[in-house]
Design a protein around this ligand. Structure first.
Ligand SMILES: Cc1cc2nc3c(=O)[nH]c(=O)nc-3n(C[C@H](O)[C@H](O)[C@H](O)COP(=O)(O)O)c2cc1C
Length: 322
């Protein structure tokens, strides 16, 4: 399948694996890129520019296909070394960056000078237009369904994607709630040039996370995610567990007075305990409503092949036959 996204990124299938904290290691990114999609290493997970450089080098030993690096701009009192991380991407010869969390404008000159294609992930049409204006090559349009940070507008993809199609001139991919061929074909119908998946890629053989995480996704239904940190205007969609229930109780009790310090035990530094150790109640971790559509743990290659062949049948048989 050829779309503006496959052409822009030099990939075979219009499927991207979004950056995921403590999931987006070289094993994940290389598996997706080797299967014809775009795999993405998560920059902040690596911690320092030196460690990111090492992870990029490691990924290059696992694939000769294009892969990207996610740089998430977070509100923080002690911000990560963003210039250093971006320099590591440039020096590592990576040609695709996924930005998220905030406007990438301050880093666009350096990225563009290095010939890097920038895909900005955002949750609102106005942010997508801003990304287009500051020179991003593409956007990932992340609907309310998504795992992670859906923003504060709560617009699901059946509205958000056609709205993006009406406004944007740069290509965009759908993101949030995408799992299979139906997701891909529907995204294409709504004007997207491909799709970005997060949660679906965690439930694959190659995802470098504890088996408990994969089992939790398989066991979850579409009813099992919760929105946390809404009162802090830093909303995150997470899988429900005892830590999330505790966190929501605190939000209810403290109301508008809640501060990030009140919920640190449930959100700070919990990812390694969940993703590596499989302690599924250690804290809040991002997961999409799409967990309700995930019932197996295939290899990434099997998943991608299935999506592409079923998309082909959907288009040629079901849609053309109507
Ligand atoms: C466990 C997990 C961690 C994530 N971490 C990040 C991150 O660090 N940076 C980022 O831009 N997006 C992050 N995301 C969002 C994904 O890249 C993607 O946009 C989202 O998962 C799409 O929704 P879906 O899960 O319904 O496919 C994360 C998602 C999950 C599930």
């Amino acid at each position: 399948m050829k779309t503006r996204i496959t052409e822009l990124l030099g990939i075979e299938h219009p499927i991207i694996q979004g950056g995921m904290h403590h999931v987006g290691y070289a094993e994940m990114a290389a598996a997706v890129s080797n299967a014809g999609g775009l795999g993405i290493i998560t920059g902040l997970t690596q911690g320092t520019p030196e460690k990111l450089a090492a992870e990029i080098a490691r990924c290059k030993t696992m694939t000769d296909k294009p892969f990207g690096v996610n740089i998430t701009f977070l509100p923080s009192m002690t911000p990560p070394d963003y210039p250093g991380l971006i320099q590591a991407v440039i020096d590592g010869g990576v040609k695709i960056v996924e930005t998220a969390g905030n406007n990438p404008a301050p880093y666009m000159p350096a990225l563009k000078e290095a010939g890097i294609k920038v895909i900005h992930k955002c949750t609102a049409v106005r942010h997508a237009l801003k990304a287009q204006k500051v020179g991003c090559d593409a956007v990932s349009v992340d609907g309310f369904e998504c795992g992670g940070h859906p923003g504060e507008d709560d617009i699901p993809n059946f509205i958000l994607l056609p709205r993006a199609a009406d406004e944007l001139t740069i290509p965009f991919v759908s993101s949030g709630g995408m799992a299979d061929a139906r997701s891909l074909v529907a995204s294409l119908a709504m004007g997207a040039e491909g799709m970005n998946m997060g949660t679906r890629f965690i439930a694959t053989k190659e995802a470098p996370v504890h088996d408990n995480v994969k089992a939790a996704i398989l066991a979850a239904t579409e009813l099992d995610t919760r929105l946390v940190m809404r009162p802090l205007r830093n909303t995150e969609r997470v899988l429900n567990n005892s830590a999330v229930e505790r966190l929501l109780e605190k939000e209810k009790a403290l109301g508008a007075d809640i501060k990030i310090e009140d919920i640190l035990p449930e959100v700070a530094g919990v990812y390694p305990r969940i993703m590596k150790e499989g302690d599924m109640d250690a804290g809040a971790w991002s997961c999409g409503m799409v967990a309700g559509l995930i019932n197996d743990v295939p290899t990434v290659q099997e998943l991608m092949d299935r999506i592409m062949s079923e998309a082909d049948s959907l288009i040629k048989e079901r849609l053309a036959g109507l």
